[in-house]
Write a protein of this length. Structure first.
Lengths: 152, 88
């Protein structure tokens, strides 16, 4: 136990920092680190009105659990972790990802939080489409999961 | 033979549905699938900036595991195309 990892359909339920704080609370923990990612209103000079996140749900949940367990094994086996990532259409300002970590000490809490975020960007099959003020939309380029990209 | 390709992210422009049925020569592997997708994109979607997709995408089997270019495809197999990811 001590791990909650989920995708949240933002059109049905919002990601809740209060829920995360309750989950990670423990009297054994002296540190809580919480990262909140939000949809911002600009990217590369373009005015963004909203984003749509899409995921390969089963593979994402597998990757979340693997990443979180790896982080516990590396930094603090007794850490409590709450991780939620949004899917669906969401306007500027909405929470797209929340990572909350309760740990004995601040160093481990910070490290676990950062590790999870970076590994999600490296491993989890999630895609982001930006919607712009002029009505256009675009899937953003990302990191290839192909083992070795062959130059052609 | 044919496979059912589940589309994600930028690849969804290849079909109005979530699944693209791809016709392939018998005994095709993932490498052949990449070639066929390149042809489809150059013939039907040349204006959509997808020319790198067949080279940069990964493919998942029905077990949601990455398969390499030598993976032998089966007739009617369900495969997911995984364009470069951008979550977090």
């Amino acid at each position: 136990m001590g791990l909650h990892a989920a995708l949240v359909n933002i059109e049905k339920k919002k990601i809740s920092p209060d829920e995360a704080k309750k989950f990670i609370f423990s009297e054994k923990n002296g540190a809580e680190s919480i990262f909140i990612g939000r949809v911002r209103n600009e990217n590369s000079g373009k005015k963004v009105t909203a984003v749509t996140y899409e995921a390969h749900n089963q593979a994402v949940i597998k990757s979340f659990e693997s990443i979180c367990n790896d982080s516990k094994n590396k930094f603090d086996k007794s850490a409590k972790i709450f991780l939620e990532h949004a899917i669906g259409y969401m306007p500027v300002g909405e929470i797209s990802i929340l990572i909350a970590v309760g740990s004995g000490h601040r160093d481990e809490a910070f490290k676990i939080c950062r590790y999870i975020l970076e590994e999600i960007k490296n491993q989890s099959p999630i895609w982001k489409k930006e919607h712009y003020i002029d009505g256009k939309e675009e899937w953003l380029p990302g990191r290839s999961l192909r083992a070795k990209v062959v130059e052609k | 033979m044919e496979i059912q390709l589940k589309l994600y992210g930028s690849s969804k422009i290849l079909s109005e549905k979530d699944i693209l049925v791809v016709q392939l020569p018998n005994n095709s592997n993932i490498e052949r699938l990449r070639d066929v997708l390149s042809k489809i994109i150059s013939q039907k979607h040349s204006k959509n900036n997808l020319e790198n997709l067949p080279n940069t995408a990964a493919f998942f089997s029905e077990k949601d595991e990455v398969v390499d270019d030598n993976y032998q495809l089966k007739d009617k197999e369900f495969i997911s195309i995984i364009p470069p990811i951008g979550g977090g």
